[in-house]
Every structure is written in structure tokens, then in C-alpha cells.
Design a protein around this ligand. Structure first.
Ligand code: AMP
Length: 275
């Protein structure tokens, strides 16, 4: 298989300036959030590769792998318009040997918060991200803060496994009314979409408070006022470890929420200053 670096004529060891390569991993169905990451990548590197791969390893058996939106032609058009040099869109057979044995474990960080509701999800994410790093060999990789725990475990993997890739986090892009952009938003009916606004509303309300207990209480009240929303979790966590912070915590924290609206599961988060 020709590596992205070879396609672009980038020699091994090129790591900065005019020849650097940035990777933006995605599952396709690209939207403004992905575009913002591509633009960040372009600021960091001369060449940008976008991967499009709906990774079966990160979906649970009862999750939406088979109905996940696949819009490849539109995605390629977006990549072209954004000046992307390489689109890497492997098949599942290209990526995984049928008798695959070895993967990456997210350790304890993989079983809390999102990991409690999606067992194995973060292991699946890390396994595919490491494989993408090995295949594309980027100098820089850009991920969204929208998936804050994913970003935190990827940073942890890079540190724990000494991976030669700089990780850049991009801010969450939202609709004007606050809804975080997501490929899954297209599943929402007009009524669901109104219900879904409670997530960002709760995070905004929580961010206006300082004491951890008040932050949690304020955000929870907004979510509980929305009867058609099924809450998975609302947590206030340490941004690096995703461990819940205590009531005496002072400093940066992430207020993260996951909830189901109809048959769609949505996540959102905000970084705030507690204490
Ligand atoms: P996905 O295609 O959902 O796997 O997402 C690919 C990348 O885009 C991940 O790093 C996500 O965190 C990021 N992303 C998804 N939604 C947004 C958003 N609304 N704003 C910024 N980045 C996002």
C-alpha cells in the first residue's frame, strides 16, 4: 500500500515547516466541525490528509454502525474545497485482518464516563487511531474537543506509547442555537432537535456557576426539565484523566453530558473554570 507520505513525496523524518503532514481522522458525513479541523490542520502543516473510515471496532453490537451516515462523494468534494491533499478511505477488510488479535487498551480511562456506557468504545478508537498514525505517518493529528474523552485518551496514548505525533484539539463548532454539530444530528426529527438543545443549554447554565456542586446541580436541573430526554450521564471531570472532580476542586474542569433523544445518542461538553 502506498503511504500518504510517499504519495505526497514527503521523505521520512520530515517533521516541520514546508513538508509537514497533518492528519484529520473522521468517520465521514463531513460537516462544518470537520471543516474547522481541516482548516486548523492546514495552519499546522503544508499537507493535510483526511481519513474517512467508519470503524466497526468502536461500535457496540446494539449501536448504529450499519445505519451510520455514509456520504463519500460529498465528503470528497468538501475535502477538495478545503485544500486537502489526500483522502484515505480504506475498507474494513483493508484495515483489519480477519484473525486480528492485538489492539490498544485505553486502560482505566476507557471504562469511566463514556466508557461506562460504551464498553470497548475507547479501545476501538485508540486501536484505529494508532493504525491510522502508522499508515499515514502524520507529524500532526487534529481532533475535536467535541469528543473530549476521546481527545484525552489519544493524548494519553501518545504520551504512554511515545508516539511521534503532535496532537492538536479544535473547539466544538455549534449551530447558532447552540446545538453541537454532529453527523448524527441528521437522525433528529424537528421535535427531537428542539429537545436536543437542552444539552448545550445545560452546559451553558452550568458554566455560569463556580462551585462544582452548583455547576452539576444547575446543569442537571435543565436536563431534568426535558421529559423526552433520556440522560446517560452528566459529569464534571478532570480534563486529563476524566476522573470526577471533588466538590473542593478549583481550576479547569470539563462538564460533559450524554443523552438519548428518540433513538439518537448525543454527547456534548464544555471546559470551564471551577472553584
Ligand atoms: P467523527 O467523524 O464523528 O468521528 O469526528 C471526527 C472528528 O471531528 C473528531 O475528532 C471529532 O471530535 C470532530 N468533531 C465532530 N463534531 C465536531 C464539532 N461539532 N466541532 C468540532 N469538531 C468536531
Amino acid at each position: 500500500m502506498l503511504k500518504a507520505r510517499e504519495t505526497l513525496g514527503i521523505g521520512a523524518g520530515a517533521s516541520s515547516g514546508g513538508s509537514a503532514l497533518a492528519l484529520v481522522p473522521t468517520m465521514g458525513a463531513l460537516h462544518e466541525g470537520h471543516r474547522s479541523l481541516i482548516r486548523l490542520a492546514r495552519e499546522r502543516a503544508a499537507h493535510v490528509a483526511v481519513s474517512i473510515f467508519v470503524n466497526p471496532l468502536q461500535f457496540g453490537p446494539a449501536e448504529d454502525f450499519s445505519r451510520y451516515p455514509r456520504t463519500f462523494d460529498a465528503d470528497v468534494e468538501i475535502c477538495e474545497a478545503e485544500g486537502v491533499s489526500v483522502v484515505f478511505a480504506p475498507s474494513a477488510e483493508d484495515m483489519y485482518l480477519p484473525d486480528r488479535q492485538v489492539g490498544v487498551s485505553a486502560g482505566g480511562m476507557g471504562s469511566v464516563v463514556e466508557g461506562e456506557f460504551r464498553p470497548g468504545h475507547l479501545d476501538g478508537v485508540l486501536t484505529v487511531v494508532l493504525k491510522l498514525f502508522n499508515l499515514v505517518q502524520p507529524d500532526v493529528a487534529v481532533f475535536g474537543q467535541k469528543d473530549a474523552q476521546q481527545l484525552a485518551v489519544i493524548r494519553r496514548m501518545v504520551a504512554d506509547l511515545n508516539l511521534p505525533v503532535s496532537i492538536v484539539g479544535g473547539p466544538t463548532v455549534r449551530e447558532p442555537d447552540g446545538l453541537a454539530l454532529s453527523s448524527r444530528n441528521r437522525y433528529l426529527s424537528p421535535e427531537d432537535r428542539v429537545t436536543a438543545l437542552a444539552l448545550s443549554r445545560a452546559l451553558t447554565a452550568g458554566s455560569a456557576r463556580r462551585a462544582p456542586a452548583e455547576i452539576r446541580r444547575t446543569a442537571l436541573a435543565v436536563l431534568e426539565a426535558e421529559p423526552s430526554l433520556a440522560l446517560d450521564y452528566l459529569v464534571l471531570v478532570d480534563p486529563a484523566t476524566f476522573a470526577e472532580v471533588g466538590d473542593d476542586h478549583a481550576g479547569e474542569a470539563i462538564l460533559a453530558v450524554a443523552a438519548r433523544v428518540g433513538s439518537t445518542r448525543l454527547i456534548d461538553n464544555v471546559t470551564l473554570a471551577a472553584g
